[in-house]
Structures are given as structure tokens and as C-alpha cells.
Design a protein. Structure first.
Length: 418
């Protein structure tokens, strides 16, 4: 069963790859159509119902594009729908969340220093919370606030800040930012699935049956599409944040996330204005730089190190205890402390490193037991760690790590859910 850890990691990699590919497709088409929409020109002799047109050149050819605010007079024979990019991005992201944060919940989901919840309770909160944002947001959009887009965006921002704070009361820092990203992405995909696509289908059906489409459906879909446009960059930041402890491994991670949402607005406002007028407002650069500077300061103004003592006092889970008791643990402990702990420490001594990379601590026996799977994958079956093998971890040492991990007789993925 020892190969299950390797196959599970490859499964996570494959799903992550799919998630990135579909996200690129979704974000690319979203940004393209926003830029196209804002760059349309009203010229003489447009077809009846056409709002504007754009000439573009790409790949050695010219493209002539026209937009109808409501619909053309007749239904075209060939119509391309842009929806699966969004759906598959969400589906693959949800699958990745389950693989990493539900099945691997003992390591990555619940922070025992913050709350006393079982893994199953954490998983239920994780799953249920993703729908809350859409329900609240949808009610706001369908109220009179739909006619007040600025106020609506402000309320959405407040909702996101509250959720970020709430997640941080329960989950690890890494899971907090990831879940906030998934929470936001759920709103975005739900906009496509429940609002934008159904409204477009109504318009298409009206055309097919000879009725004049109601322009309100396009207006509603446009509002949701605009919201998605401003939420895209923060979601990307949150999805990448698990690679950067300075973003997630701080008590202020939820404030950092809130400021990132504001940066998403300033950045997108610059590009949206540039596409519409040919020149973006210069103040957005200054605002973005100030926000980023505050984020960088918050990442180092943390009292996170104060939690290290509590972490050491925290008992190992049965899953982690299995590795602490497995044959060869003492030898592995000596190897890891000698080759890895100079960086993966509460106070790293390696020159230029101020925080343990990815928040992984490898100083004490408990640290090593908690990180057993990571040690096995990163320094046992692969040579990812140490970087460039800078501490001269020998092949014999790597073999010792592999034997130790595989000596644990019950190290299946199922144990992570016990």
C-alpha cells in the first residue's frame, strides 16, 4: 500500500493541472470579451440591432466582430457558447479541494489551536460554506441593489471580508485563503450557471420562436459578468497563496486577502478603462502599490511565532503517532534535523531565510511525525528537497526515509479520514 501515497500525489497533480488549464481558458475568454466589449466602436452602416464593431488581427488573419446588445434579427446557424471553461474550472477546483483539504484534512484543514472540531465537522463546514456566498450575493443582486452596482460591490466586498475572518477562526491559514478563493469562485461559476446562461437561453428561444427578446436579460447577465471580471485576479492570488507562507501563515491573512480584493479592483479598473478610452488612470498604479506595500508589511507584523509553543504541546493525531512509532523514526529524526531543520525551523539559521519554507517545521519529533508524508515525497522518493541538495542528503539517507515511511503498516489514504 505504500505506493498509494505516490499515486495520490500524482492524482492531486493531475487534477491541479486540469484546474489550471481550464482556469486559463475561462480567464482568457473572460478578459478577452471584456476588452472586446469596451473597445467596440460605433460606426455607420452597422446591421440593425448592432451596437458596435471591432477589427482585430491575430495569427496572420483579420477578424471582424460585431456585437448586438440584445440579439440579431435572425438566429444564426452556428452559435458558440462559452460556459464549459467556467464549469470545468469549478469542478476541477472542487475535486482538488476534496483531495487536498478533505482527504488530507488532518494536515491541512483544521487548526486545533483555533477550534475543537473533528475532521468531519470541518469538512461539513467547508462544503456548506461554499454555497452561502452565492445565496446571499444572489439575493442582493435580485433586490433593488441591482440598480446600484457600486453599493452592491461594496456589500459583496464586506461579505468576502466576513467570510475570510470566519474561515480563519476555524481553518489553518493555508485552508483559510484557499477556501476564500473557492467561496469567490463558486459565486463566479454560479453566476454563469444560474444567471448568465439561462438568460442567454431565453434570448435564443425568443429568436427561434419569432419574438423580440427583452433587453433586461442581457442587462442582468452583463452585471454578473462585470462582477466576475473584478473578482478574477483576487481568486488567482488566493489559489496561488498556498505556495507562499508570507500570505497564509500569519494571523492577518484574512486582512491580506481583503486588501487583495481591493487590488483586484484597482488593477482591473486600469485595464478596463484603458480598453474603453485608450488610456488607464495613473492613480490605480499608486493605489495598487500602496495596497501591496501594506500587505507585505502585514505579512511580517505577525505574532504567529507565538503559536509555536502551543503547536508543540498539541498531541499527535493517531495517524501522525503511527509514524512517530514506526521503525526507523529515530534515525530519520537525526537525518531531518541534520539536513533540513536549519531552514525548516521556528527561527531558521540558514542565511537569507527568515521563515520556514511553506510553513513546514522540521525541528522536533512531533514536527517530523506531522510532516511524514511530505518528507517521504519531497526527500525520499524524489530529490525535491533539499533544494539542489545543498545540505548533501545522501542516497542512503533517502533510502532510510523511504523505509521508515513504508514501515508504517497502516499508512493508507483512508487513515486520513479516521
Amino acid at each position: 500500500m505504500y505506493d498509494l501515497a505516490i499515486m495520490w500525489d500524482w492524482l492531486a497533480f493531475a487534477v491541479r493541472w486540469l484546474h489550471v488549464i481550464t482556469a486559463i481558458a475561462w480567464i482568457g475568454s473572460s478578459f478577452y470579451f471584456v476588452a472586446l466589449d469596451l473597445g467596440l466602436r460605433k460606426v455607420p452602416h452597422l446591421p440593425v440591432g448592432a451596437y458596435g464593431e471591432e477589427w482585430q488581427v491575430h495569427g496572420g488573419g483579420f477578424y471582424h466582430i460585431q456585437k448586438y446588445l440584445v440579439a440579431p434579427e435572425n438566429m444564426p446557424d452556428h452559435l458558440v457558447w462559452f460556459k464549459w471553461e467556467s464549469y470545468w474550472t469549478w469542478l476541477s477546483g472542487a475535486a482538488l479541494l476534496m483531495i487536498v483539504y478533505w482527504v488530507g484534512g488532518e494536515l491541512y484543514l483544521i487548526d486545533a489551536n483555533k477550534t475543537d472540531l473533528t475532521l468531519w465537522q470541518g469538512i461539513l463546514i467547508s462544503a456548506a460554506s461554499l454555497s452561502i456566498g452565492w445565496l446571499v450575493y444572489d439575493l442582493l443582486c435580485k433586490s433593488g441593489l441591482g440598480e446600484k452596482p457600486t453599493l452592491l460591490m461594496l456589500l459583496l466586498f464586506i461579505l468576502l471580508v466576513i467570510m475570510g475572518w470566519g474561515y480563519n477562526q476555524i481553518f489553518t491559514g493555508r485552508a483559510t485563503l484557499l477556501h476564500l478563493g473557492a467561496f469567490t469562485a463558486t459565486i463566479m461559476t454560479a453566476n454563469v450557471f444560474f444567471i448568465i446562461m439561462p438568460n442567454q437561453r431565453i434570448v435564443v428561444k425568443d429568436l427561434q420562436e419569432g419574438r423580440t427578446p427583452d433587453p433586461k436579460y442581457g442587462k442582468i447577465a452583463k452585471l454578473r459578468s462585470t462582477h466576475n471580471n473584478y473578482l478574477t485576479l483576487p481568486v488567482l492570488f488566493l489559489m496561488l497563496s498556498n505556495h507562499y507562507p508570507l500570505a497564509f501563515a500569519t494571523e492577518y491573512n484574512w486582512i491580506i486577502a481583503a486588501l487583495v480584493f481591493l487590488m483586484g479592483v484597482t488593477i482591473r479598473h486600469f485595464f478596463n478603462t484603458m480598453h474603453a478610452t485608450g488610456e488607464g488612470p495613473s492613480w490605480t498604479w499608486a493605489a495598487t502599490a500602496i495596497l501591496f506595500s501594506i500587505i507585505a508589511w502585514l505579512s511580517t507584523a505577525s505574532t504567529w511565532n507565538g503559536d509555536y509553543d502551543a503547536l508543540e504541546k498539541q498531541a499527535l493525531t493517531p495517524y501522525e503517532q503511527n509514524y512517530a512509532n514506526a521503525a526507523g523514526f529515530d534515525e530519520v529524526h537525526d537525518i531531518v534535523v541534520g539536513r533540513c531543520s536549519m531552514c525548516h525551523a521556528r527561527e531558521p539559521v540558514w542565511d537569507g531565510i527568515r521563515w520556514a519554507p511553506n510553513g513546514v517545521l522540521l525541528e522536533t519529533p512531533k514536527d517530523i511525525a506531522r510532516a511524514a508524508r511530505q518528507i517521504y515525497l519531497q526527500a525520499g522518493v524524489s530529490h525535491a528537497m533539499p533544494p539542489a541538495n545543498i545540505t548533501d542528503l545522501s542516497d542512503q539517507d533517502r533510502d532510510t526515509i523511504v523505509r521508515w515511511f513504508r514501515a508504517e503498516p497502516d499508512n493508507t489514504i483512508a487513515n486520513l479520514l479516521d
